[in-house]
Design a protein around this ligand. Sequence first.
Ligand SMILES: O=C1O[C@H](COP(=O)(O)O)[C@@H](O)[C@H](O)[C@H]1O
Length: 253
Amino acid sequence: MSGPRVVVFPSVAELGSTLAQLVSSRAENALSTGESFSLGLSGGSLVSILSKELPAVPSLDCSRWLIGFCDERLVPFSDPESTYGLYKNQLFEKINIPEDRILAIDPSLPVQECADDYAGKLSKAFKKEQIPVFDMLLLGMGPDGHTCSLFPDHPLLQESQRTVAPISDSPKPPPQRVTMTLPTVNAARCVVFVSTGGSKAPVLKQVLEGGEGPELPAALVAPRQGELFWLVDEPAAASLTSQVERPGPGAKL
Ligand SMILES: O=C1O[C@H](COP(=O)(O)O)[C@@H](O)[C@H](O)[C@H]1O
């Protein structure tokens, strides 16, 4: 893998529109040679950015998409903290993804069983592969440098065997979650971080340009054979001194 492509947008709306185009173009590529397009979704600020712009892509056909979750909070789907619940209300109903093509956790299970159950769903869906190889993962990053539910200094950063793991001591509420591990994230064909707002500026600089202290979880994302994009807005990019791209309006990545 070469270095990440860091792409800076003047507004969240322009970022969102390019993100939607990128997802749709990678879906077309995957479906031109394969049976499905597998897309892993994260929660947090990504939900509204994607849900606003993806349905606006003309002639979007999601009938052969397979949706998974990079991480999920262990709460009922009706809880406002549920990532699945948010996407169901804001996105899935607008883009007609068949229910049986959405791989979600079962929040009624205890956290360890929930992670095992979700790992089993991924393993069944990606049956030819030892590890799930998603066509595309969309990730966020918290102001502490966490991504998925992989938090700084947490033992889960060392996980090398499991594809999915439970976490019961998430420093960001809710405490119980299920997350893809780094081996699964780094097996993906394309990973796209979306990070917006000035609160992300210091950590974005540390992740992309280095600094003192242990490596942050987001800095450990380096797809072995895939592409890595960082789509950020101007406030998030404010402290960067390394080279970035600033595409013109409507440009495609
Ligand atoms: O808790 C979480 O936070 C991260 C980052 O969210 P953001 O709102 O700062 O973008 C998110 O990617 C992850 O899926 C979520 O569970």
